[in-house]
Design a protein around this ligand. Structure first.
Ligand SMILES: Cc1ncc(COP(=O)(O)O)c(C=O)c1O
Length: 440
């Protein structure tokens, strides 16, 4: 039965994905997933240090979130009637605004992070009457047309036609370049991840975010924070923005708000932005989304926030994340191929020095070894293959943290001292090259 399902996926969904997982020797069949542990059909236990790219902040299949969803399903309520006032959307919006603070007083609900970015593009253009959009180089905001246009990485862009017009990029962290662009007064919004995720867990230089916010305010550009990865206590605070005392005009959340179970995203905004879009009853649905306020998604959001807070997972991420980062730094700093361990809370990146012969391949080899030999699921960053993610569920067990640190040390030791690692690397390169030749 399983084999048949697998074949159906290959035939009808995405055979290249199956190929990629096979090449990386990471095509496991998962059975039961609980907390930070993924149990496979052949009896292995894998610790999740990827968390679906920051989806599983509350861990996998949290029993209280499942219970809340079950209750919602059994209530037979008006799930997405679109002709009623969705009370649970009000409840979740209130909860989000009270946690986010500042001037964020209205919420538009989406079903993904990209949809949140699309919303922000429309709303900031309408509010300011400007078309220009500013984004940071090496950013990642999603892959729908508008969100994709906010990345400068050709890998994601090529072959999909021209990006939306009016987008300009500035280096992440360069306040002077930002000031030069903003002074043209042509930008509706500056889109920014407070800590770049797929770019390589890149922390902002001191004072940069506050300066960016001030400059945006001065030049009439809205300051939009993409907290799709960094939000929901991932970095220890509800928003990463809170570490830097920011007061943004908009914040986009998604991923972890789902509890890992029902897609939900949220765009938090000021009253001023809301009022410029939803200006009269005639415009009450001028921007809407069929699944946006559905009751299952709202329940997932509400119960996820409750779990994160009742289990104190924010303060834990801050404290344990910092200790864990220091421990990794301590055990890995003696290896020349590790140049830095950086991050905030449980948003951690291990930065590799680029290998002369195999730039880009080294990180992937570490991912494969960690998975195959040590039962750790992780990945390199989407825009930066030289950075390995250590982003576990915020309730990661002590055993999981120990296993990761010991495994990383052993993998580095092997890479440092044994030919086997490099023979495997050459095989991986060979397999990929053969596959490319077959496709050509
Ligand atoms: C920072 C950031 N913004 C937006 C997105 C897009 O979110 P989604 O995949 O839910 O559309 C992602 C996805 O990885 C992301 O990392």
């Amino acid at each position: 039965m399983e084999a048949r399902k697998h074949t159906a996926y290959e035939s009808y969904v995405n055979p290249q994905w199956v190929r990629l997982l096979n090449q990386a020797q990471m095509n496991a069949e998962y059975d039961v997933c609980q907390g930070d542990q993924l149990h496979t059909r052949d009896g292995r236990v894998i610790h999740d240090f990827l968390s679906g790219y920051c989806v599983y902040n509350a861990g996998h299949n949290h029993p209280r979130i499942i219970e809340a969803l079950r209750e919602e399903l059994e209530s037979s309520g008006p799930s997405m009637l679109q002709s009623h006032v969705a009370a649970s959307a009000g409840e979740l919006a209130e909860m989000l605004c009270s946690r986010a603070g500042g001037r964020l007083r209205k919420v538009f609900f989406t079903s993904s992070g990209s949809e949140g970015i699309e919303t922000a593009i429309k709303f900031t253009r309408a509010t300011t009457g400007r078309d220009g959009l500013l984004a940071a180089r090496n950013a990642f905001h999603g892959l729908t047309c508008g969100a994709l246009s906010l990345t400068d990485n050709r890998f994601w862009l090529d072959s999909f036609g021209p990006p939306i017009p009016g987008v300009t990029f500035v280096d992440f962290g360069d306040g002077d370049a930002l000031e030069r662009e903003l002074s043209t007064s042509k930008y509706a919004a500056f889109f920014l991840e407070p800590i770049q995720g797929e770019g390589g867990i890149v922390l902002p230089p001191d004072g940069y975010l506050r300066r960016a916010q001030e400059l945006c305010g001065k030049h009439g550009t809205l300051f939009v924070l993409d907290e799709v990865q960094t939000g929901l206590y991932r970095t220890g605070r509800f928003l990463a923005a809170h570490h830097y005392a920011l007061n943004p005009d908009m914040v986009i959340l998604a991923k972890a708000l789902s509890g890992g179970l029902v897609p939900v995203g949220a765009v938090l905004m000021t009253d001023e932005i809301y009022n410029s879009i939803y200006s009269s009853p005639l415009h009450a649905m001028i921007h809407s989304s069929t699944y946006g306020e559905n009751s299952l998604a709202m329940r997932a959001g509400l119960s996820t926030i409750k779990v994160l807070e009742q289990e104190d997972l924010g303060p834990r991420a801050l404290r344990r994340g910092e200790q864990f980062r220091m421990r990794l730094d301590e055990v890995l700093s003696r290896f020349e191929m590790v140049s830095e361990v950086r991050g905030l809370g449980f948003f951690i990146g291990i930065v590799f020095s680029q290998h002369r012969t195999y730039p880009g391949i080294f990180g992937q080899m570490v991912v494969t070894s960690m998975f195959r030999e040590h039962g750790i699921l992780t990945q390199v960053c989407g825009n930066n293959a030289a950075v390995l993610r250590a982003t576990p569920p915020l309730n990661i067990s002590e055993e999981g943290l120990d296993r990761f640190a010991e495994a990383m040390e052993q993998v580095m030791e092997t890479a440092h001292s044994s030919n086997r690692f490099w023979q495997d690397a050459m095989q991986l390169v060979g397999r990929t090259a053969r596959d490319l030749r077959k496709r050509a």
